[in-house]
Design a protein around this ligand. Sequence first.
Ligand SMILES: Cc1cc2nc3c(=O)[nH]c(=O)nc-3n(C[C@H](O)[C@H](O)[C@H](O)COP(=O)(O)O)c2cc1C
Length: 319
Amino acid sequence: MKTRVTEILGIKYPIMQGGMQVLGEPGLASAVSEAGGLGTINAATFPDYDEFREAIREVKRRTDKPFCVNISLIPDVPHDTYFNQLEIMVEEGAHIVETAGANPRDFVPFFKDHGFTWIHKAPTVKHALKGQELGADIVTVVGYEVGGHPGADELCGNVLVHHAAQALDIPVLAAGGYVDGQGLIAALALGAEGITMGTRFVATKECCCHENFKQWIVGANEKDTKIIQRSIHNMMRAANNAAARKCLEMEAQGATLQELMTVIAGRIGRECYKTGDTDGGIFPVGQAIGLIEDIPSCADLLESIMKEAEETRARIANI
Ligand SMILES: Cc1cc2nc3c(=O)[nH]c(=O)nc-3n(C[C@H](O)[C@H](O)[C@H](O)COP(=O)(O)O)c2cc1C
């Protein structure tokens, strides 16, 4: 299947693994890329520059296919941190970047000077158009169903993807709730040229989290997520577990960011991914959990998505 997304990225299937803090590491990213999609490591997953550099090298040892690096821009983090990460990408020959979070404007000249392919993630058509205006090659639009951070406007993917595809000249990737071939064809029908998945890739053999988290996803339905962190203007869709409920309770009582950090801090979630404590920390997942019933390898997953996409296309053609 060819779209402008597969052409620009040099990949076989129009399927991207979006950046995932802690879980976006070389094992998963290389498995996705090797299977024909676009795998992604997160720069912020690695504690220092040396480990980030080593992670890029590890992906390249495991696959010679294209892969991406997610840089999630946080306003309080000095620009130098990101520029240092980008320099390492150049030195190590990693030239596909996914940005998310704060305004990427200051980094665009670097992307252009170094021949990067730039995918920008946006929660509204306005932000998507801004990405296009700044020079993004592809925009990923994320609907409210999404695992991780949905936009504050709470826009559902169906309208958002359709409108973004109409409004933009550059190709759109649809994100939020996609897990299978039917979803891929639906996204293409709305005008997107591929899908970005996060939650689906957590429940794969190669994802580094403890098996308990994968089984939790398989056992959950689409009602089992909560939107937390509204009070600190950093909304997050996460598993409805004890940590998320504690966070909501504290928010209702007017807790400060510092107080909330005792529950939502990334280091707690990271530890839980290792120990298998699915209640102990915040576990970002999207409503897609309602559609996930197995834990395949990335290769089997992508093959089954593409097979189902072809079947869906044929079924629709007969209507
Ligand atoms: C566990 C997890 C962690 C995530 N961490 C990040 C992140 O650090 N940066 C980012 O841009 N997106 C992050 N995302 C969002 C994904 O890149 C992707 O946009 C999203 O998962 C797509 O929606 P879906 O979960 O419904 O497939 C995360 C998603 C999950 C499930």
